[in-house]
Design a protein around this ligand. Structure first.
Ligand code: ADP
Ligand code: MG
Length: 149
């Protein structure tokens, strides 16, 4: 099932991240973010960090690092695959799995570059609808959707 949300500002997208986090309520700790440059993926992560007691101002696009870690009541691991070539994504995947096993929240930008989405993860697709309008579609990855056509 897909839940959709419309936002009209960066702050609204941050607020939706809180809602999505409360919806997953401990049942998913991996959030796959998909959307073009400037869609609002990093803004969404900022919302996650604020919601888990971290400092949202620390969140930026990891320009030269693949992963940033934000401490809070729960640690948020922020992964950005943008700069990786497909074969580098494959090499990096074991590290992503290690992060997932640590039990914090793992948010992955450009998750459509993964060979396949992770079963049980929440997938958040953000589409720019012009101006500051964004459409967020949230769905849980299941074994059926995980084998991407
Ligand atoms: P991404 O990580 O997907 O490349 P960012 O979160 O870094 O995108 O940037 C999103 C940009 O779009 C920011 O400049 C932000 O101010 C702007 N923006 C405008 N409207 C929205 C919205 N509704 N939600 C999120 N960002 C928005
Ligand atoms: Mg980004």
């Amino acid at each position: 099932m897909t839940e959709t949300y419309r936002t009209r500002s960066e702050e609204e997208t941050e607020a939706i991240a809180r809602v999505v986090l409360s919806l997953c309520n401990g049942t998913a700790n991996t959030i796959l973010l998909i959307g073009d440059l400037g869609a609002g993926k990093t803004a969404f992560v900022r919302g996650l960090v604020g919601a888990t007691g971290g400092d949202p101002q620390d969140v930026s696009s990891p320009t030269f690092v693949l992963m940033q870690e934000y401490a809070g009541d729960m640690t948020v691991y922020h992964v950005d695959l943008y700069r990786l070539r497909p074969e580098e994504v494959v090499d990096f995947e074991p590290q992503i799995h290690d992060l997932i096993d640590r039990g914090g929240i793992v948010a992955i930008e450009w998750a459509d570059r993964l060979p396949a989405p992770y079963d049980g993860a929440l997938q958040v697709r953000i589409e720019d609808q012009g101006d500051d309008d964004r459409l967020l579609s949230v769905e849980r990855v299941t074994s059926e959707t995980a084998s991407r056509a």
